[in-house]
Design a protein around this ligand. Structure first.
Ligand code: PEP
Ligand code: MG
Length: 684
């Protein structure tokens, strides 16, 4: 047996990413690898187990390695820890730097920029996630604790049979996860689909599976054994009191419940809803739950946690379900059956409304439904402001099926084809021929309408098994988007060839994601021009996404050469406000209507127009009813939105004049906060 003592120098300790590198290295060896930290022990090949050690920067771990390849394993693990576990060799922490002094505890009074006015006691506020008004009884989502104990502990067979039942349930769960992942990718929710990779990884966690196996051998029912181990591990992860790891605890619960349902014979939806429509209340909705919501039974939902760009919110918008997130734990105390009004646009829940509020809410719901219906009926007509300015309304899509739906919904083209969908869910990249066929089919499905193809936007946080990217401490600031493609020119060249070949079937444009530097644009553009020459086809219009403040600030320089700009407000907001777009507790800060983001958009549009170039907006902001008049007022030429939003966005553009919108936009640029900007555009 080999014994080693190593110090972890990574800035965040043995946190998610370094821990994953450690575990993946350990898994390459046959030897048994145990890790000890203080009095806690972990299986070195289990990510969950290693995470729960809670090793911080500067702390020591001991490794006990036993097996035929123990020497090689010890050498490899010592080397990878010394090399910084994929984050580069970090400086050891100076001995004099003790634990940081406890920071003064401050109690936030309100989410920044939200400053709610004093509200009556029956009015609860959260972050708006999907517009619309729902009126109905509340119903709290049942969770695992409510699986009847009898069902959990009923032993159905012998140990071997119970173990077999568990294996079958896990295999079925894996099939479901792969299918769900595909569904989300097809809807264009590529980043959300990657969540299910984590779930699949959990279902293969050696330590977790062996702990469940031990319990079954001791005579426990498979369901009980499974549930106990999941709860135990989730609790240990949550106890580390780290907001990023809290997400892992939610993943454990989600995937744990999926297997449990299969074991105790509950159907996949798992949401045992009453037979009348309800407003769903939940701590958070998992990706699986949201993907399975039945719009006939759920009028809308509100969650204690979550953010407006989280999976639940994106799917709610796709299903036209009003939703409010990040409401705080108080919402979970409301009794089932209580009548409530949920206002998804303003992020408000009114509990037990009085007669006047109820009547007003009913009128607003009717207006909302009527407007939706009317917008669907006029969806194929152009979106022209009352003073005659035409705004192109186009679609964000992820595949051929969505292109067909986009045409039916009235899209005037595709403003963003996220090509990542073609590259996920597989072990090899699609070759040129396969890519060509998909791009050609999409161009043909759009029947002459222009299609903007975005080159591959993949990065450290959306890894592909066949593209090796070293683990990064800050993947959003790392090798992603155009940076990654330029580092692997063969991949980009092959994609460009496929796109250019498809361009002979209809109007096609190319844009590059995450451009921050003039040289990136030059190299990417050069590659397209060279490839077009090789293929003997005319080059297509070329544009860049404005997602990084650097690109917005240099828009006048880029405007000399690009044919168009497309503002990706999701990333532009993240990089301008320095708020991770998936951060679990900073959702309230991440608002694309922040005046700083608007000033960058204004600068981009001004610079583009001065050079005779056009600008589209393709982030989530383009579908936000409060943002639409401001974006049009800033001069946006095109709004590119998810397919379900196309009719309502067009309808809204027809309700105001560009002159009024310009005045609003000027006021917005002078505001101090996103809340002030929102106050300029009251919602119906
Ligand atoms: C954006 O960042 O706004 C965008 C449209 O790109 P994605 O959401 O795919 O990163
Ligand atoms: Mg982006």
């Amino acid at each position: 047996m080999k014994e080693l003592h190593l110090t972890i120098h990574n800035a965040t300790g043995l946190h998610a990413r370094p821990a994953k590198v450690f575990v993946n290295t350990a898994k390459q060896f046959k030897a048994d690898i145990r890790v000890q930290h203080g009095d806690k022990r972990a299986n070195g090949k289990s990510l969950i187990s290693v995470l729960t050690l809670g090793v911080e920067r500067g702390q020591q771990i001991s490794l006990f390695i036993e097996g035929e390849d123990e020497d090689e394993a010890a050498a490899a693990l010592a080397a990878i820890v010394a090399a910084g576990l994929g984050e580069g060799a970090a400086e050891p922490m100076p001995a004099a730097v003790a634990a940081p002094a406890a920071a003064p505890v401050t109690t936030p009074t309100a989410a920044p920029g939200m400053a709610p006015a004093a509200a009556p006691a029956n009015v609860m506020r959260g972050v708006p996630a999907a517009p619309g008004i729902a009126i109905g009884p509340l119903f709290r989502l049942r969770n695992t604790a409510e699986v009847p104990t009898g069902l959990l502990s009923a032993v159905v067979g012998t140990d071997a049979e119970e173990a077999q039942r568990l294996q079958t349930a896990i295999a079925q769960a894996k099939d479901q996860l792969v299918a769900l992942r595909r569904q989300l990718v097809q809807r264009g929710a590529v980043a959300e689909a990657a969540i299910f990779d984590v779930h699949l990884e959990i279902l293969e966690d050696e330590d977790l599976l062996s702990a469940v196996g031990d319990r079954i051998r001791r005579g426990e029912a498979a369901a009980h054994a499974w549930q106990s181990v999941i709860t135990e591990r989730a609790r240990a992860v949550a106890a580390l009191d780290d907001p990023l790891l809290a997400g892992r605890a939610a993943d454990l619960h989600d995937v744990g419940y999926r297997v449990l349902q299969l074991l105790v014979g509950v159907g996949e939806s798992g949401l045992r809803l009453p037979d009348h429509p309800v407003i769903l209340v939940a701590q958070d909705l998992t990706p699986s739950e949201t993907a399975n919501l039945d719009p006939n039974r759920v009028l809308g939902f509100c969650t204690a946690a979550g953010g407006p760009t989280a999976h639940a919110a994106i799917i709610a918008r796709a299903l036209s379900l009003p939703a409010v997130v990040s409401m705080g734990a108080g919402v979970l105390d409301l009794a089932d059956g209580t009548l409530a009004v949920l206002d998804g646009q303003n992020g408000v829940l009114v509990v037990a409304p009085d007669a006047v509020t109820l009547t007003q809410a009913q009128q607003r719901r009717e207006r909302w439904l009527a407007a939706r219906l009317a917008s669907e009926q006029t969806a194929t007509e152009p979106a022209i402001t009352t003073d005659g300015v035409r705004i192109e309304v186009v679609a964000n899509i992820g595949g051929v099926a969505e292109a067909e739906r986009a045409v039916q919904a009235g899209a005037e083209g595709v403003g963003l084809l996220r090509t990542e969908f073609l590259f996920l869910d597989r072990s090899d990249p699609p070759d040129e021929e396969e890519q060509f066929r998909v791009y050609r089919d999409i161009v043909q499905a759009m029947q002459g309408r222009p299609v903007i193809v975005r080159t591959l936007d993949i990065g450290g946080d959306k890894p592909l098994p066949y593209i090796r990217v070293p683990a990064e401490a800050n993947p959003f600031l790392g090798e992603r988007g155009i940076r990654l493609c330029l580092a692997r020119p063969d991949l980009l060249r092959q994609q460009v060839r496929a796109i250019l070949r498809a361009s002979t079937y209809g109007p096609l444009r190319i844009m590059f994601p995450m451009v921050a530097d003039w040289n990136e644009w030059q190299r990417a553009r050069q590659m397209v021009l060279e490839t077009a020459r090789e293929l003997g086809v005319p080059p297509v219009p070329l544009g860049i996404m404005v997602e990084v403040p650097a690109a917005a600030l240099l828009a006048d320089v880029f405007a000399r050469e690009v044919d168009f700009f497309s503002v990706g407000t999701n990333d532009l907001t993240q990089y301008t406000l320095a708020v991770d777009r998936q951060h679990p507790s900073l959702a309230g800060m991440s608002d694309g209507l922040h005046p700083s983001v608007l000033r960058l958009i204004a600068h981009t549009i001004e610079a583009a127009h001065a050079a005779g170039k056009w600008v589209g907006i393709c982030g989530e902001l383009a579908a936000d009813p409060q943002a639409i008049p401001i974006l049009v007022g800033l001069g946006a030429d095109e709004l590119s939105v998810g397919v379900p939003a196309i009719p309502t966005v067009k309808a809204q553009v027809r309700t105001f004049s560009r002159a009024e919108a310009e005045q609003r936009a000027r006021q917005a640029l002078r505001c101090a906060t996103a809340a002030e900007v929102r106050a300029l555009v009251p919602v119906a």
